[in-house]
Design a protein around this ligand. Structure first.
Ligand SMILES: *Cc1c(COP(=O)(O)O)cnc(C)c1O
Length: 384
């Protein structure tokens, strides 16, 4: 296998989550599956074909490189692909040639898109990104009129597929006012562009949090990332959902499990330090299992003396510092654990479960970061 750990993706969980999200969307709302960050660490090559199988035909990514990976994952398939962030001017001809849609939020990209489109004799398919208060990308209010004029003068070369913005934190009620103000600014923009008969584009502003929390922000399309992988964006969004719909049950299923094997076991006598430095001291005779996974594999060093793993259906503590390629766990309570035993780093074993969020509570990493740090070269295996 030539790898020290592997990731399993549950096909049944993919279907479950997509079905749940679809049921939640208003009539006619397009579900764009956001697969940036290598499909939140799940792997574009493996996740996209599964999502497509269960009815997704719109994908969003951050960069042109990620877009290329999606096209490779879905050869000969009919779907829409949208780049929400970075594309070099020199990559625009590739995008236009391949009907890849992309955000435009500054004049230079708009000009470049028009000039490539003229050269190729093919329309650039763009989404106009509006600054509404996040102060990230987006045309400022004062730039918008001239951008729209430019587009209007070049309708043979540009087709506006969408108008959009992004909320600065719909996952927390602390941002309520800011998000509400953004929504109002966006609505004013929508009203303004109603006067342009050629601008019949999809409006889209909601990610997972807004889709659940502010269903009236679903508009024509939602851009769903974390939810499809089986996680609520924050605990707060889950509590909101559970309260509003009077259910204690989590409707989502995590797709990803991460597993490895015990590489060695040994007994350390009382009064010794384990691993580098002095962060773990044995107060008693301690049986240690060594695992071939460290921070270079995406197992955060901040889980030193904090993380948990599952072996033989029980939980064990990570002891000492997480090394670049290895970590140690205290397995003193199970005499039978031996070299080669399966270890679950994320996922379930027997009736125990280690969720990504329980994990991120210890490491101060949010779900998103922990998942997307999983290296691309860990093999992904699809299970039922
Ligand atoms: C990442 C991203 C999303 C998806 O966010 P989730 O919280 O994972 O649903 C939507 N829109 C934009 C612009 C994004 O960058």
């Amino acid at each position: 296998m030539f790898q020290t750990s592997y990731i399993e993706l549950s096909e049944q969980a993919v279907k479950n989550n997509i079905d749940f999200i679809k049921r939640f969307l208003g009539e006619g709302v397009t579900f764009s599956s956001v697969v940036k960050g290598n499909a939140y660490g799940h792997g574009i090559a493996h996740y996209c074909p599964l999502a497509y199988k269960y009815g997704i035909n719109h994908f969003s990514v951050f960069s042109a490189g990620e877009a290329l990976n999606v096209t490779k994952a879905l050869p000969e398939k009919d779907f829409t692909l949208m780049i929400m962030g970075q594309i070099e001017n020199s990559e625009l001809d590739w995008a236009i040639e391949n009907n890849v849609e992309f955000y435009v939020f500054e004049q230079n990209r708009l000009d470049a898109a028009i000039s490539y489109a003229q050269k190729l004799g093919k329309k650039a398919r763009i989404h106009i990104d509006i600054e509404t208060g996040m102060n990230r990308t987006g045309f400022a209010q004062k730039e918008i009129t001239s951008a729209l004029k430019k587009i209007e003068a070049n309708l043979d070369f540009v087709e506006v597929k969408g108008i959009c913005t992004h909320f600065a934190g719909a996952e927390s009620i602390a941002n309520y006012k800011r998000v509400k103000d953004q929504f109002n600014r966006f609505k004013r923009f929508q009203t303004k562009v109603k006067n342009y008969p050629w601008l019949q584009a999809k409006s889209h502003i909601a990610s997972s949090s807004a889709t659940l929390r502010y269903p009236n922000s679903q508009l024509d399309m939602v851009r769903i990332g974390i939810l499809q992988f089986g996680f609520f964006p924050t605990q707060e969004i889950f509590v909101h959902y559970a309260t509003k719909y009077k259910t204690g049950e989590n409707p989502l299923k995590p797709i990803l499990s991460w597993k490895t094997k015990v590489m060695d076991v040994k007994t350390v006598k009382a009064g010794e330090f384990v691993g580098y430095g002095t962060s773990y001291f044995t107060n008693r005779t301690t049986k240690i299992a060594l695992l071939p996974v460290g921070y270079s594999f995406g197992y955060s060093r901040s889980l030193s003396n904090q993380g948990k793993v599952l072996i033989n259906g029980a939980r064990f503590d990570v002891v000492g510092t997480v090394n670049m390629s290895m970590l140690a766990v205290d397995v003193s309570t199970d005499e039978s654990i031996k070299k080669g035993d399966e270890v679950v780093l994320i996922g379930s074993q027997g009736n125990q479960e280690l969720s990504v969020s329980s994990f991120s509570d210890f490491s101060q990493l949010i779900n998103y970061e922990l998942l997307t740090r999983l290296p691309q070269d860990i093999p992904r295996i699809i299970t039922k």
